[in-house]
Every structure is written in structure tokens, then in C-alpha cells.
Design a protein. Structure first.
Length: 566
């Protein structure tokens, strides 16, 4: 049972590890790894893998390595490396002394490739990339052998050495495994092991101009590090025979076990690094840390907490089949977390001026407000109350429908922590007819929000004192896509066709209570009746900027949509 009272679903990988420990398969060791390619920022799908690998290692007293599988210098950078380290730490995990890079093993990997050539299990192929694809065959047709497949071992060794020496241009030659061009598994049809890339590596510089393919480097890096359980997502299931073939042919001392689990697919989201990079590079979002992005940097900026993300990853469990997880579960986890920790404050996002005509002009009261009704130990604060206030524009209707119980002409409502007020007059812009001010009266006997005569009102509104409130910018974030599964291409449309044009609404002239002066970036608040918000890094002493993390579950939202549809 988890601390939240939720019973985690079964975890078949945990069961495998328990059995391996019982049989002493790896001498009682448990060593996992999280092996990102440093070619982009981590996203919520990676969080599932991080929690799984680090979590299982911790549970069984083992270790989890952080290893950068940095074998493609055309896409990798130190920026991505540092962002990944930061995200793993933020999520609550530490690799200790176990930080590794596949690039540390380039010399060993080259030697392993030479061993395969000497065994007659690898050859240098001079077909072009297009020709290799053509010779590979299809799911229903076997592949054809390359005319270079039967080069002598001596010729292959010489060509491979010259590839390393930089004698050939990109695409001239590749090193391929010699397996089976008729295999029903396309990954076993003489896969490429090395290719020429005359591109400097962010760690090794110009030392290398040939680089190992991911499948070749990954299994051998696992072996070098003596990983016991190499946990991968399901798309690598068909790569497992190649993983084992390479290790078996080289007769390595340590042979890890590859285990696949279902990756995280989240509704209204894309998880492909390629697609996320496209959104960044083409300006559909402001960057990798745009709060609409599913990256950990974006979620952190939006106000998600590592505790909520870890809880989410625990709840979705570890499955063997891909499925689409409703983003509502992730939103539930952050609400559950912030409900306990976020102090309540009052903020008016679309202000409507209210003048209390029977309240003394120069009087200011300090009213007591709870910081969090869920945790009374968080104490209370003082909020100023004066003659001129702001309320939400949507909390007033001049001609209210039957379902509307908030402020209207002649109607009485409660102001949170303050008084009952009644609307007695409506002031409009003479040119547009827009309501610009309400004139109200208050009942001084209802201080604190209660009536001594027992009369009831049907609505309680939040508010701020106009002369004491602070101006703020508020960014309202929604799902980035309108379609639950934007990566589904059955409709023939590019995934960007499903972008939500209202995924970000920026409100510039919001008013927040004065207790928020000096609010630091990253701090969380519940804006009463509005949702959970956090302070954006763009915030400063001159301009407060808040990001909406998630809305409250408010039945009024449904009513508003119904009213708008009439």
C-alpha cells in the first residue's frame, strides 16, 4: 500500500527480479540502468522508466546507472546531457558514482566489432543506404544478400581500419552483422553496426569519424557495466534477438537480460522526441520548457511536483501491452498533491470593479483568512478589505439564467471571509454598453461571512481589495492537442493539425491579494475557485507571472459551457 492509500498494480518485472534473486541468477545482484540518448529533453514517458529503473534498484538494494547512449553526434549536445541530469535529480533520484557514457567505451566497442569481423560474423558493405533498404526485403518477402557480403576477413578488416582512419566519406561504407537475410525478424537481416559520421562528438571531439549504432553499443554497454536487468520499452522487443546475438557471438563475460514493458502513451499529448523537436524548432511552442510540453522541464515550469509525477507513475503500473492513459489521471495526481501543500489565496483574473457605497471611504479592515483548510497547521493570513473591490467578471450577470446563483441586480451573495453584499446598481460604458462597475451595499453584521439572523445565500465569491491588490499576468494552459491521440494518423492529417489554438490564454491585468508580493518562482498556490497556479521564472518584483498548473474540478464549468451553447 502506497502512502496515498493506493494499492499499486502488479509489476511483472518485479516478479522476474524476485525469481532471479531466489535462484541466485546474478549472484544476488540487481543492477539496472536508465540509458537516455542526449538528443532531446526528457518527457513524462521517460519519468515512467526513471521511476521503474531507480525504484526497482532501490527496492532490492541494488544500483541504477545513469548512462548516456551518445552514439549519434549529429543530434546530441551537452545541453541535453545537463538537462537530463537535472530532470533525474528533480524527480528525486540519484545515480551516485554510477554515471557513464557509451562514448567512454568507443575503443572497446571498436575492438568488439573487429572480433566479429575476425569470426566472419561482420562485413563492410558498400551499398548505399537506399540500396540497403531495398535489399532488406519486406515483412512478406525475404531480403537479398549484398554483393559485398562475402568479402574476405582480411579485406573487411582493412576496410574497417580505413573507415576509422577517415579515408572514406559519409555513406561510402558501413559495417554490418552477418546473420540471416531471410529472417522473419527484419532486425536480424544483417543490421548495420557502424557507420561513417564525419561530425565532431560533443565529448570525444574529432577523435572518431565512425560511430556504433545504438543496438550494437547498447547491449555491450550493458555488459561492460554488468547490468542484470536491461529494462526497455516495448518497441525494442523485436531488437532483443539482436541484443542476445551480439552478446552470444562475442561470448562476453556478462550477459544481461533484456525485459520489455509498455511505454507511456498519454492522451492529448505526443511523446515522440522527433515530434517534440518539430514543435520547438518550428515555433509552435516557446521551447522545451514550454508549460504545454510533456517534457519534465515543461511540467516543472507549469507547476507539477516530482511527488505527483512519481505517484502517477506508480498508479499506471507496468504492463506488457501498449495503451493510452487518460491525462485526467495525471491531473488528478497533481491536484491530490497540491491540495495538501498549496496555500489558498484570492486572485481575480478578469476584474470587475465593485464599489460598496455604504462602506466608509477611508476605512480598511484586516480580515482573517485560512491558508489551507486541509492543513490548519499552515495557519492564517490577513487580507485587506476596503470600499472598492474587484470580483470576477463572470461572477455577475445582469440578466441571470435560472441556474446562475452568483451576483445579479438585487441579489445578495457572500464575499469569502468578509461580508454579505447586495448589488444595487450597474454602471455601463456609454459607448459599448459593457458593464464597468457595480454599486453594492454590505451588511456590517455579517463580518466573517455569516449572518446573525440565519438568512442564507447561495453563492460565495472571491475578491481582492482594489487599492491593495497587485497586478499580475496569468497564463492559462490547456491541453496542447484537441485530439485524444494526435499521433494516430488514420485521419491522414499531420499531428500538428490537431494543435489546440487555445492551449495558452494570457491574461495581462489580473489582480492578486497583497500577500503574494515577493512570491518566488516555482512556488505553488491555489487561487480560490480558479485552480492551482505556480510562479513562472519570468516573474519579477515588477511583474508577477503565474502559470495555471491545473483547474479545479468545478461543476460551474459545465454550466458555463451549457449557457454559452444556448
Amino acid at each position: 500500500m502506497s502512502p496515498t492509500g493506493f494499492t499499486p498494480p502488479p509489476n511483472f518485472i518485479r516478479d522476474i527480479i524476485i525469481k532471479d534473486l531466489e535462484t541466485n541468477k546474478y549472484g544476488g545482484r540487481v543492477a539496472t540502468r536508465f540509458p537516455p540518448e542526449p538528443n532531446g529533453y526528457l518527457h513524462i514517458g521517460h519519468a515512467k522508466s526513471i521511476c521503474l529503473n531507480f525504484g526497482l534498484a532501490a527496492e532490492f538494494g541494488g544500483v541504477c546507472h545513469l548512462r548516456f547512449d551518445d552514439t549519434d553526434p549529429t543530434k546530441e549536445s551537452i545541453e541535453y546531457v545537463e538537462s537530463i541530469k537535472s530532470d533525474v535529480r528533480w524527480l528525486g533520484f540519484d545515480w551516485g558514482d554510477h554515471l557513464y557514457y557509451a562514448s567512454d567505451y568507443f575503443e572497446k566497442l571498436y575492438d568488439y566489432a573487429v572480433q566479429l569481423i575476425k569470426k566472419g560474423k561482420a562485413y563492410v558493405d558498400s551499398l548505399s543506404a537506399e540500396e540497403i533498404r531495398e535489399y532488406r526485403g519486406t515483412l512478406t518477402e525475404p531480403g537479398r544478400e549484398s554483393p559485398y557480403r562475402n568479402r574476405s576477413i582480411e579485406e573487411n578488416l582493412d576496410l574497417f581500419r580505413r573507415m576509422r582512419a577517415g579515408e572514406f566519406e559519409d555513406g561510402t561504407h558501413v559495417l554490418r552483422a552477418k546473420i540471416d537475410m531471410a529472417s522473419p525478424n527484419l532486425n536480424m537481416r544483417d543490421p548495420v553496426l557502424y557507420r561513417i559520421r564525419r561530425v565532431p562528438h560533443y565529448r570525444t571531439g574529432d577523435k572518431w569519424c565512425i560511430y556504433p549504432m545504438y543496438d550494437f553499443a547498447h547491449c555491450l554497454s550493458d555488459s561492460i557495466e554488468r547490468i542484470t536487468h536491461s529494462i526497455c520499452t516495448l518497441e525494442f522487443e523485436n531488437n532483443r534477438p539482436l541484443y542476445d546475438w551480439i552478446l552470444n557471438e562475442l561470448n562476453v563475460e556478462w550477459h544481461p537480460q533484456q525485459i520489455e514493458f509498455a511505454r507511456l502513451n498519454l492522451s492529448y499529448t505526443v511523446m515522440s522526441k522527433r515530434k517534440l523537436l518539430e514543435l520547438v524548432e518550428q515555433g509552435y511552442v516557446t521551447g522545451w520548457d514550454d508549460p504545454r510540453m510533456p517534457t519534465l522541464a515543461g511540467l516543472r515550469r507549469r507547476g507539477y511536483t516530482p511527488e505527483a509525477i512519481r505517484n502517477f507513475c506508480e498508479r499506471i503500473g507496468v504492463a506488457k501491452r501498449d495503451s493510452l492513459v487518460d491525462i485526467a489521471l495525471l491531473e488528478h495526481c497533481i491536484r491530490e498533491d497540491l491540495n495538501k501543500r498549496a496555500p489558498r489565496v484570492m486572485a481575480v483574473l478578469r476584474p470587475l470593479r465593485v464599489v460598496i457605497v455604504n462602506y466608509p471611504e477611508n476605512q480598511v479592515e484586516e480580515l482573517e483568512a485560512l491558508n489551507n483548510p486541509e492543513d490548519l497547521s499552515m495557519g492564517s493570513r490577513k487580507v485587506p478589505f476596503s470600499r472598492v473591490l474587484y470580483i470576477e467578471r463572470e461572477d455577475f450577470r445582469e440578466n441571470p439564467p435560472k441556474e446562475f446563483f452568483r451576483l445579479a441586480p438585487g441579489r445578495e451573495v457572500r464575499l469569502r471571509y468578509a461580508y454579505y453584499i447586495t448589488c444595487v446598481d450597474v454602471i455601463k460604458d456609454e459607448r459599448t454598453g459593457e458593464v464597468i462597475e457595480l454599486r453594492c451595499t454590505y451588511d456590517p453584521k455579517t463580518r466573517g461571512g455569516g449572518s446573525p439572523d440565519g438568512r442564507k445565500v447561495k453563492a460565495t465569491l472571491h475578491w481582492v481589495s482594489a487599492p491593495h491588490s497587485l497586478e499580475a499576468e496569468v497564463r492559462l494552459y490547456d491541453h496542447l492537442f484537441l485530439k485524444p491521440n494526435p499521433s494516430d494518423e488514420e485521419d491522414g492529417l499531420d499531428f500538428k493539425a490537431h494543435l489546440n489554438p487555445n492551449s495558452l490564454i494570457t491574461l495581462k491585468s489580473c489582480r492578486v491579494e497583497p500577500s503574494l508580493a515577493g512570491a518566488v518562482p516555482g512556488s505553488h498556490y491555489q487561487f480560490e475557485r480558479q485552480g492551482y497556479f505556480c510562479v513562472d521564472p519570468d516573474s519579477s518584483s515588477k511583474t508577477l507571472v503565474f502559470n495555471r498548473t491545473v483547474t479545479l474540478r468545478d461543476s460551474w464549468a459545465k454550466i458555463e459551457k451549457t449557457l454559452q451553447g444556448k
